[in-house]
Design a binder for this molecule. Structure first.
Ligand SMILES: Cc1cc2nc3c(=O)[nH]c(=O)nc-3n(C[C@H](O)[C@H](O)[C@H](O)COP(=O)(O)OP(=O)(O)OC[C@H]3O[C@@H](n4cnc5c(N)ncnc54)[C@H](O)[C@@H]3O)c2cc1C
Length: 407
């Protein structure tokens, strides 16, 4: 069997490694040149790290990422709502990693080239269409010759060309009215240097976490993100969701002043960041199906979601495992792609829906709704058992609870 994977993001590269692990032949076709390590911070929770460990990548991840030990939720004005251990500290067999997206992609790309061969990833090849018949599928590209294979896996992201072919009337991604600004900068460690902080609910949120060692032992490359509700949910996005759109950071001082957190001087951190990226927070509605014959969707092409609960890349990694297992269990690739869809579509659709109401961070929304000006005792605002139920309920839906992962 031979598989074409479209897109060399985290979803496409992990799929290639998984298929290779199962002895299935595949090649990746990517529109970009993969020269630059694009993006800012991303989190891989233990459910995803377990999969990457099975692929023999734990050591390499440790070389480029930070093991996250703790997650702290704060009210926008500073008071602490809750804190939870993460990864090994929470009793998982696998750690949680916070990492620069481009470096994680780099680790995966290097492994693909080492294991599948230098030629397994074809760059500057943009898919423009495909046709299938009873025996196979043929992919066409803007550059180069068409390619034929037994199946095609579209891991081509939120603006997926394959998804647009399967669902021509779908249109642009759905915007929830939140604009996001993100960056990463070498910054003095805060806490124990392994802490993720989320302050504020969906209307105004600040997120901080270290993603790599710094230039000195006292600093870390620290990822920050600010999200502010600035449009109406359901409005068309003000611009195409482009992860690489740079903006002038000077306009962000006013937004940073909305947060009063005791962790670090976040306003100075933002002002010191050279490259700031801006994009609207978008997802898409869950689909009725992903598979048509010998073609299927995976990762953000299948289920783009709001970045609550750190699940975008993780769910793509879980897709890759499911797909590769079904391809080894079915003789007919079309049956395998259907079985993969039946396993993964209901779960990921629920994650998309949960993220629309804040995911686990819905705890912060709820506290701020009850106590918009802050509080002195969290117990007076929200029962810790109620908070735990929201967070633990979300983890279970995403397959990320300790019981599910350590099993
Ligand atoms: C440039 C970039 C930067 C990002 N930065 C961040 C970040 O900072 N933080 C974060 O949390 N998430 C970021 N993401 C999103 C995150 O990587 C994904 O949500 C998640 O990892 C799921 O990955 P994916 O492989 O499904 O999709 P993606 O990561 O979006 O990868 C899709 C890949 O498909 C390629 N592609 C698209 N169309 C075609 C086509 N027609 N033919 C061939 N190839 C095609 C794209 O160039 C891309 O490499 C970024 C994505 C991209 C593409």
């Amino acid at each position: 069997m031979r598989i074409i994977i479209v897109g060399a993001g985290i979803g496409g590269l992990t799929t290639a490694l998984r298929l290779h692990h199962q002895g299935i032949d595949c090649e990746i076709y990517e529109q970009g040149d993969l020269v630059r390590e694009l993006g800012v911070g991303i989190n891989a929770l233990p459910h995803a790290v377990k999969e990457l460990t099975e692929l023999g990548l734990l050591e390499r991840l440790d070389e480029v990422a930070i093991r996250t030990h703790e997650l702290v939720y704060l009210h926008r004005l500073g008071p602490e709502i809750m804190r939870r251990p993460c990864g090994l500290a929470a009793g998982f067999t696998w750690p949680q990693f916070s990492v620069h997206r481009g470096r994680l992609q780099g680790v995966l790309l290097r492994a693909v080239r080492e294991r599948l061969g230098e030629d397994a990833v074809h760059t500057s090849r943009r898919l423009t269409g495909f046709e299938q018949d009873a025996d196979g599928v043929e992919a066409r590209f803007a550059e180069g010759e068409p390619v034929r294979a037994d199946a095609l896996v579209a891991a081509d992201g939120i603006h997926s060309a394959v998804r647009a072919t399967l669902f021509p009337g779908e249109g642009a991604p759905r915007w929830n009215g939140v604009m996001m600004w993100r960056g990463a900068v070498d910054w003095p460690r805060y806490g124990d240097g392994h802490q993720m902080v989320i302050a504020g609910g969906t209307a105004a949120k600040l997120v901080l976490y270290p993603i790599a060692e710094g230039k000195t032992p006292q600093t870390r490359l620290t990822n920050w993100a600010i999200g502010v509700l600035s449009g109406r949910p359901g409005d068309p996005p003000p611009q195409r969701q482009d992860w690489s759109r740079r903006v002038d950071p000077s306009g962000l001082a006013e937004l940073a002043a909305r947060f009063g957190i005791p962790v670090t001087d976040h306003a100075a951190m933002i002002a010191a960041t050279a490259d700031v990226f801006e994009f609207p927070m978008c997802d898409r509605d869950p689909l009725p199906y992903w598979t048509k014959g010998r073609v299927t969707l995976l990762g953000d092409a299948a289920h783009p979601m709001y970045p609550m609960g750190s699940n975008g890349a993780g769910q793509a990694i879980l897709d890759a495992t499911s797909l590769s297992i079904h391809l080894t269990q079915h003789e007919d690739p079309a049956d395998a792609l259907l079985a993969y869809q039946d396993e993964r579509l209901p779960v990921t659709s629920e994650v998309v829906r949960r993220n629309r109401v804040g995911g686990p961070e819905n705890v912060i929304d709820e506290v701020e709704r009850r106590a918009p000006d802050g509080f002195s005792r969290i117990e007076d605002v929200m029962d810790p058992a109620e908070m735990e139920a929201i967070v633990a309920g979300y983890a279970k839906v995403t397959g990320a609870s300790r019981e599910q992962v350590n099993r």
